[in-house]
Design a protein around this ligand. Structure first.
Ligand SMILES: Cc1cc2nc3c(=O)[nH]c(=O)nc-3n(C[C@H](O)[C@H](O)[C@H](O)COP(=O)(O)OP(=O)(O)OC[C@H]3O[C@@H](n4cnc5c(N)ncnc54)[C@H](O)[C@@H]3O)c2cc1C
Ligand SMILES: Nc1ncnc2c1ncn2[C@@H]1O[C@H](COP(=O)(O)OP(=O)(O)OP(=O)(O)O)[C@@H](O)[C@H]1O
Length: 570
């Protein structure tokens, strides 16, 4: 079988070359945990054909127990720490480190700069109620329960690791623009350091925080002439593998087709001790699901993959050897790296992955998989830089290309898709995986996107906002970037990205293992019928645009015609 690479972003960044000559300041090589072929070959949902085990199993990702996770994390922290840099800490006073989507210690430049510029760092996380309200147009939960749970785990782990480094994490509930200026005032902080974001919701918060800090300075100067406090917000780039300052072009004019060669910086070496922290009586607890708001009612993963949040778990997950051959899979934890939830929360640095890949290549072998992991990370970078270039048009119906198209907002149709009741097993299985686990393979994402947009003709923003609710790895740039591509409104030169369900099913789920896992009622059918079950399954709600597989096309058409107008909330 020829394994095709997925076709969402193929160009334009294809030509962005990963330099093979990246240089590292620390060339010492240590052991790093990689799954072996044996551990990959362990029975998993993808390899098991027993119906009982493959319908009920839960795969924890990573599959290590807590002791092993922390052992590997500590080992990795040591490998990436520096004991010699305390002499360079010449700063005075207090600096605040405002954690956002950079919930990690390793390779966190903002944290490092806060440490360097002060003699005491105050790490803060603000539980911003806006992140737990609703999506912009259609009023879905802004953060679904599974991502909320993942975030809680990230915060608990970050707090634990900061304590190991001689600090702590102050957790406050409220808006950063209210919390940070008041902390800056109370502690006389000179700077608030934070990772720079690029989308308008986050940029708006940055502006408000900056304004709040200016108010502190104004108040301070009117109250005291001798001892004024003039705190500033210092934003540090940190989300991508390529540093924005190293790109050979200005992001505002990021070309649609790029041929660029630039170095990837080494990870920041974190000092072994980041303390002392300021004196604080109550550091605040990691929030519970209840505290995160109405939409975050606990939801347990009942089958499929259960991702463990936090930097320690992220460092325990590594998988490179067979990645290229399996990336287009859909079932089980090991067909792709599954780094995305940790990358999105910032528990994992893309530069760390790059450095580890290079180390692996040097110690063992360079192979297709090691190349492809970095290649995929370039796509992640690309969508981040695209958000700088295109701003809010990434979120607009017509996308960056301002495409005019009549979209449906049929509520019933959308709900068939959302709930996995379309009558197409491949769509329904993927949508059930998403709502049960918060994850879907890249292939699945492309297929369900194409179905919603092309076969159902539904406003792509409904799909994008539903993904925003559900995905553990939700990232505004990657999500809306990929959706605009899929909907044909992005800057992708290709016109119609149609994914034919029969073809996708035959190529990527030929034995119907994936659909039978998520739709157990199909397991009783012969393997080659599971994706094409006819009357043994629910009716298809729309015919396919380019191929009629339905045996009930008149009913399909009738259903498709029953369209009611779904009124967006905006
Ligand atoms: C409609 C749609 C919506 C998506 N929404 C998101 C999202 O909100 N957040 C997100 O991280 N990814 C998103 N993706 C991209 C991709 O599906 C996931 O990053 C990938 O499936 C995560 O699995 P993995 O970590 O095993 O990826 P791997 O295949 O192992 O790739 C390694 C890393 O490369 C990056 N990457 C891979 N493919 C892409 C891509 N197409 N775009 C951007 N980054 C990529 C991810 O960070 C990923 O973790 C979306 C794709 C589509 C088609
Ligand atoms: N982090 C984010 N996550 C999800 N959506 C985001 C994020 N940042 C910005 N957006 C979206 O960007 C859009 C910006 O809308 P805004 O009103 O700020 O600007 P606009 O260009 O005037 O848009 P509109 O014309 O729709 O009002 C909204 O759809 C908002 O949801």
């Amino acid at each position: 079988m020829t394994v095709l690479r997925y076709s969402v972003p193929t160009l334009p960044l294809k030509k962005l070359i990963i330099p093979s000559n990246s240089t590292f300041t620390n060339s010492t090589l240590f052991h790093f945990h990689f799954h072996t072929m044996n551990s990959i070959a362990k029975p998993s949902a993808s390899s098991s054909s027993s119906s009982s085990s493959s319908t009920t199993s839960i795969h924890q990702v990573p599959e290590l127990d807590s002791d092993e996770t922390h052992r590997i994390a500590d080992q990795t922290f040591r490998r990436y720490s520096s004991s010699s840099s305390s002499a360079s800490r010449t700063g005075r006073g207090t600096a605040i480190l405002w954690f956002r989507n950079d919930l990690r210690i390793l390779d966190n430049e903002a944290l490092y700069k806060a440490w360097l510029s002060s003699d005491s760092v105050l790490p803060v996380y603000c539980v911003d109620p806006r992140l737990f309200s609703t999506t912009y147009h259609f009023g879905f939960p802004k953060t679904g329960a599974l991502r909320a749970q993942f975030l809680i785990e990230c915060l608990a782990d970050l707090k634990k690791n900061l304590i190991k480094y001689g600090l702590n994490l102050l957790i406050r509930h409220g808006k950063p623009e209210e919390i940070l200026p008041s902390l800056a005032k109370a502690f006389g902080a000179h700077t608030v350091y934070a990772q720079k974001e690029t989308c308008s919701e986050e940029l708006n918060v940055e502006r408000l925080v900056s304004k709040g800090l200016q108010q502190v300075a104004l108040q301070s100067s009117s109250e005291s002439r001798s001892n004024t406090n003039n705190p500033k917000l210092q934003l540090i780039w940190g989300t991508t593998m390529y540093h924005i300052d190293d790109l050979p072009f200005d992001t505002g004019s990021l070309p649609d087709s790029v041929e660029a060669k630039c170095n990837i910086r080494s990870c920041i070496r974190t000092p072994t001790c980041l303390g002392p922290p300021p004196s604080i009586d109550d550091w605040g607890c990691v929030p519970s699901m209840d505290q995160l708001g109405a939409y975050s009612q606990s939801q347990n993963v009942s089958k499929g993959m259960k991702f463990v949040g936090g930097e320690s778990a992220a460092l325990g997950r590594n998988l490179l050897r067979i990645y290229k051959e399996t990336r287009n899979g859909m079932l089980g934890p090991d067909y792709s790296t599954k780094f995305s939830p940790w990358l999105a929360s910032g528990s994992l640095s893309p530069r760390f992955i790059h450095e580890e890949v290079k180390r692996y290549e040097k110690e063992r072998e360079a192979n297709n998989s090691t190349y492809w992991v970095l290649f995929e990370l370039i796509w992640r970078d690309y969508f981040r830089f695209l958000s700088v270039k295109y701003g809010n048009s990434l979120f607009h119906l017509g996308g960056p290309r301002k495409v005019e198209h009549r979209w449906s907002q049929d509520k019933n149709m959308f709900e068939y898709w959302r709930d996995g009741r379309t009558g197409y097993p491949l769509i329904d299985a993927n949508m059930k995986e998403l709502s049960t686990t918060g994850f879907m393979s890249n292939r699945g994402r492309q297929i369900v996107c194409s179905f919603l947009v092309r076969d159902m003709g539904i406003d792509w923003r409904l799909g994008a906002e539903w993904f925003e609710t559900c995905l553990l790895d939700y990232d505004p740039c990657s999500n809306y970037g990929n959706w605009t591509y899929g909907a044909g409104v992005g800057n992708d030169p290709r016109e119609d990205r149609y994914f034919s369900i029969p073809k996708q099913a035959q190529t990527y789920d030929p034995e119907g293992e994936y659909v039978a896992y998520w739709l157990p009622q199909l397991r009783a059918l012969p393997k080659d019928e599971r994706n094409f079950p006819g009357k043994s399954y629910i009716e298809q709600v729309v015919p396919l645009k380019f191929r009629t597989v339905s045996k009930h096309s008149s009913q399909d058409m009738a259903l498709a015609a029953r369209r009611t107008n779904f009124r967006g909330r905006k």
